[in-house]
Design a protein around this ligand. Structure first.
Ligand SMILES: Nc1ncnc2c1ncn2[C@@H]1O[C@H](COP(=O)(O)OP(=O)(O)OP(=O)(O)O)[C@@H](O)[C@H]1O
Length: 274
């Protein structure tokens, strides 16, 4: 393999042996234990697992907001030591947009604040991305006049306008109704088809993980540890057939199999004592 080929195959984002913890009220809560994963350019990499497996904490660590107690994160070969405009996050909360700025100003703001664009460039970028997410007609509206789905569209436009190395998404559609959630997944897929951004996406929905991601890291909770990593590039939003259902069951088994077997054994043991 020549040097150029070797460089191309290097992961963009590399997480190695990440132990992440919080110190709260004099005690330490371990959120993850030695979690490792690689994200390649244009991957749609999903962190999947039940509540408490440390998905959000992993995303915060990649964002540079939580320093690892153990392990390391690098982006494009450089250590991640804090937040930066190369990693932009979209959250679940609808209040992530400043309410006193119009939709257009919201999209322009990070471009201006980071010095990445002049006012004219930021305005042009806002116009371009608002058009892409179907909100060109809302440029002068204020966030409180928008639906939840529209607010998430603005948040996505704002994030992609920054052209981050990695787009971080923490359950971005979890607070939406099922139909809107589906529309947003379609929008994300269409944008990825066009732009091929690199995505690190957190969800606790197996179905969402399989249709949004091309690779999925399965995590078990307390503390979060890697159960498995699977490829899911064969599925898309039209996947609903037997193969998809079998994959959902398989992932469910990988995530909860040991836990359910343990609970069943525990119940049986209690039943036996009674
Ligand atoms: N700010 C904090 N202070 C103390 N403990 C925290 C804090 N944030 C998270 N934790 C703990 O870290 C662990 C992992 O939490 P995290 O939110 O990363 O999990 P998650 O998989 O994203 O869960 P959910 O799907 O419920 O959001 C949990 O035990 C949680 O209670």
């Amino acid at each position: 393999m020549n040097v150029q080929a070797l460089q191309v195959s290097q992961p963009l984002l590399r997480a190695r042996g990440l132990t992440l913890q919080y110190n709260a009220a004099g005690r330490t809560v371990r959120a993850t234990h030695r979690v490792s994963f690689d994200v390649h350019r244009a991957d749609r990499f999903v962190l999947l697992g039940p509540s408490g497996c440390g998905k959000s904490t992993l995303l915060k660590a990649v964002g540079g907001f939580v320093a690892p107690a153990e392990g390391s994160i690098s982006l494009d070969g450089k250590p991640v030591l804090g937040p930066g405009p190369d990693r932009i996050a979209v959250f679940q909360e609808f209040d992530q947009l400043p309410q006193w700025k119009t939709v257009e100003q919201n999209v322009m703001f990070p471009l201006l604040a980071s010095g990445r664009a002049s006012r004219a460039q930021a305005k042009a970028a806002a116009s371009y991305w608002l058009h892409k997410v179907g909100l060109a007609h809302c440029a002068d509206a204020y966030p409180h006049t928008l639906s939840g789905g529209m607010k998430q569209r603005v948040a996505i436009a704002r994030a992609l306008a920054m052209q981050p190395e990695v787009l971080l998404m923490d359950e971005p559609f979890a607070a939406l109704d099922a139909l809107t959630r589906r529309r947003m997944q379609e929008l994300l897929a269409a944008l990825w088809d066009e732009v091929r951004f690199t995505l690190l996406f957190v969800t606790h929905s197996i179905e969402e993980a399989l249709v949004v991601g091309n690779r999925v890291l399965l995590l078990s909770p307390h503390p979060g540890q890697v159960r498995a990593e699977i490829n899911s590039h064969q599925f898309d939003l039209d996947s609903a057939g037997a193969e998809f259902q079998a994959a959902v069951r398989r992932v469910h088994g990988l995530l909860f199999g040991a836990q359910e077997a343990h609970a069943a054994a525990h119940d049986a043991a209690i039943g036996g004592v009674r």
